[in-house]
Design a protein around this ligand. Structure first.
Ligand code: SF4
Length: 374
């Protein structure tokens, strides 16, 4: 490690050393790290890898899960989204409760410990439909962990039912909801949200829903969708919001960086807002900076193989990442945006990828309890 810190600027060296001593880094320091190159980049990598090793040794986890997207009909019109269609579209679908039940049964046959359920904001749904989904899953198998409904969906359910957010979440929890995906976060900076997702919950509404969930004992993940029109400063503001929530609630189980998939979304064609796409090294720097920034607060950093591709996701395991996400079984959202890496990786394939990175694979459940080592 001493060697790796030679020939780099003193201020970068101090920031890296500070994190190794478990000291918190500031947003300004995190921003400086997002800009490093060359030897400083290699020192950043070594530091993130070392911190990850201290926490997780050589273990990389994954979960056997199934995604269920119950509708692609959505009225929100987010500009980065190619998954959703208007209600009149011939391509629109809405699963029946019976179809949801069959998918859960398939998940069970495939050994899934979790179903991840999300959908568009369909203008004709009733609150009871969401509750029926939860009850149906638990009827198939009360042990399956239900990881479902983004903060945007919860906000919508609150409007549909006339309940406030807290009561909506209490009803969902009672009906079987175990945890919530920290999606719909995109970038938690309103000036960016107004362009990429003007009809979505605001930053403060997202924070409010997530914090209430945590306070009710409903854990959530946390995500960032980056590499579109935001600046590096916006990414750091986002990380700061996540860290501040975690300091208060301790309710985040993981942080998942999600690069924007540019192939199809309208956002890629907005002339007034040039894309600042993230290419390999910038992705890796964000993983490393997230590992350092969340040191002491969020232990698990996940790569999304469906967005990065299994090969690049494997590389990220040396850049502070300790979780390979899940088998998924089906994946509609990234695929619709033009991602080309498939929708299913078997546990055997994931195990091989992790092992050939020189790491020890372990199957986990949603809450990061280890089920089995390989
Ligand atoms: S990202 Fe979600 S809320 Fe936005 S348009 Fe797509 S499905 Fe609807």
């Amino acid at each position: 490690m001493v060697q790796i810190y030679s020939q780099i600027r003193q201020n970068i060296k101090s920031i890296l050393k500070k994190t190794l001593e478990s000291e918190e880094i500031t947003s300004q320091e995190a921003l400086e790290l997002l800009n490093v190159t060359g030897k400083e980049f290699r020192a950043l990598q070594a530091t993130a890898d070392e911190i990850c090793f201290k926490k997780k040794q050589n273990i990389v986890t994954f979960v056997i899960n199934r995604n269920i997207n119950f509708t692609n009909i959505c009225q929100k019109g987010c500009k980065f989204c190619s998954f959703s269609v208007p209600i009149a579209s011939k391509e629109g679908f809405l699963l029946t409760i019976e179809e949801v039940r069959k998918k859960v049964q398939e998940a069970q046959i495939n050994g899934c410990s979790e179903v991840c359920i999300q959908g568009g904001i369909h203008p004709k749904l009733k609150f009871d439909f969401y509750l029926d989904i939860l009850k149906t899953v638990k009827k198939v198998n009360p042990e399956i962990h239900i990881h479902a409904f983004s903060p945007q969906e919860i906000y919508y359910m609150s409007k549909l039912s006339g309940n406030n957010i807290e009561d909506t979440l209490k009803i969902l929890k009672k009906s079987g909801l175990d945890s919530i995906p920290g999606t719909a976060a995109e970038i938690l900076v309103d000036k960016i949200r107004k362009i990429i997702c003007p009809n979505k919950v605001s930053t403060s509404e997202w924070i409010n829903i997530i914090s209430i969930a945590h306070n009710l004992g409903i854990p959530t993940t946390s995500t960032i969708m980056y590499g579109h029109i935001e600046e590096l400063e916006d990414r750091i503001k986002h990380l700061e919001i996540i860290r501040n929530i975690q300091k208060e609630t301790h309710g985040f189980t993981e942080f998942v960086p999600l690069p924007f998939v540019k192939e199809k979304p309208m956002l890629a064609r907005l002339k007034d807002f040039p894309l600042r796409l993230s290419y390999g090294m910038a992705d890796l720097k964000l993983f490393c900076v997230a590992r350092l920034f969340f040191n002491n607060y969020i232990d698990n950093l996940q790569c999304s193989w469906v967005k990065l591709g299994p090969k690049f996701a494997q590389v990220s395991l040396n850049y502070g990442v300790n979780d390979f996400s899940g088998t998924l079984m089906e994946e509609n959202i990234s695929k619709s945006a033009g991602a080309e890496f498939g929708e299913y990786l078997s546990p055997d394939e994931i195990i091989k990828i992790i092992k050939s990175a020189g790491k020890r694979p372990a199957q986990r459940n949603t809450l990061y309890n280890i089920v089995k080592y390989f």
